[in-house]
Design a protein around this ligand. Structure first.
Ligand code: PEP
Length: 256
């Protein structure tokens, strides 16, 4: 069995009006292709989350957020809680994105708290992990992935693991236009599947393993066809309706 999740991470792009225009396009595609089996998710900036939630209510399009805080409410200026997002219709929340790890110094301990809190609210965390170019060149890729998974997934059991989505995003491939090669993606995803099943048991076979890093309509076919790739987390190409929808169409070919 191979499931697919195609997720658009819009990052700090699009105002409310632009977000609505983009969703109109994607929604048109999803409605026209009523038999789509892939899950399709859009993660707009916080300012657009409520408006998009209204637009996609009762449709097959899913709504995600790019971050959250783990406390429910209180004196945490500038933060957004999980129940606030849930109220807007959010089902998935990205955590541990490399941009948050590097620019905002988000550490594994915080990422783990967010992950556990998201599960507590019955939403789905999309945990991003990945190595830098230096780490890859030093042959440390798998050590880095193991270290991130051990820390970020602390407290999870064999029963809860299947509720987590994991996005393998080599840092050097994000926003650079240079995707990992088919061989690199296959090697990393096979390793991740093996590691997760070893650590958590059989249910880890059902974890969605997404690839992220300059995924586009041009390389979607060679990457999404890989056995242990269950979709993509897409930045740049998700901001263009036609590119994003073309990736969804490609994903459909590989659902078993
Ligand atoms: C991302 O932001 O997670 C990402 C993969 O970006 P891009 O597709 O632009 O590399």
């Amino acid at each position: 069995m191979k499931n697919m999740l195609i997720a658009g991470n819009w990052k700090m792009n699009t105002n409310v009006f632009e977000s609505q225009k983009l969703v109109e396009y994607i929604l048109g595609f999803v409605k026209t292709n009523a038999t789509l089996k892939s899950k399709v998710l859009v993660c707009p900036p916080f300012t657009s989350v409520y408006a998009i939630g209204q637009m996609i209510e009762n449709t097959k399009l899913l709504l995600g957020a790019q971050n959250c805080y783990y406390e429910e409410k209180g004196a945490f200026t500038g933060e957004i809680s999980i129940p606030m997002l849930e109220y807007c219709g959010v089902s998935h929340i990205i955590i541990g994105h490399s941009e948050r790890r590097s620019y905002f110094k988000e550490e594994d301990e915080i990422i783990n708290k967010k992950l556990l809190a998201i599960l507590e609210y019955n939403l789905t965390p999309i945990l991003c992990i990945g190595e830098t170019l230096d780490e890859r060149n030093q042959g440390k890729t798998f050590d880095i992935l193991i270290n991130q998974l051990d820390k970020d997934l602390a407290g999870l059991t064999g029963d809860t693991i299947e509720r987590v989505v994991i996005a393998y995003e080599p840092v050097w491939a994000i926003g650079t236009g240079i995707s990992a090669t088919r061989e690199q993606v296959q090697e990393a995803h096979d390793f991740l599947r093996h590691f997760l099943v070893g650590k958590f048991g059989e249910k880890a076979n059902r974890v969605y393993l997404l690839y992220g890093g300059s995924l586009s309509e041009k390389n979607a076919d060679e990457i999404l066809s890989i056995e242990n790739v269950n979709g993509g987390l897409i930045g740049g190409a998700s901001l263009k309706g036609d590119s994003f929808c073309s990736i969804i169409q490609t994903a459909e070919k590989y659902i078993i």
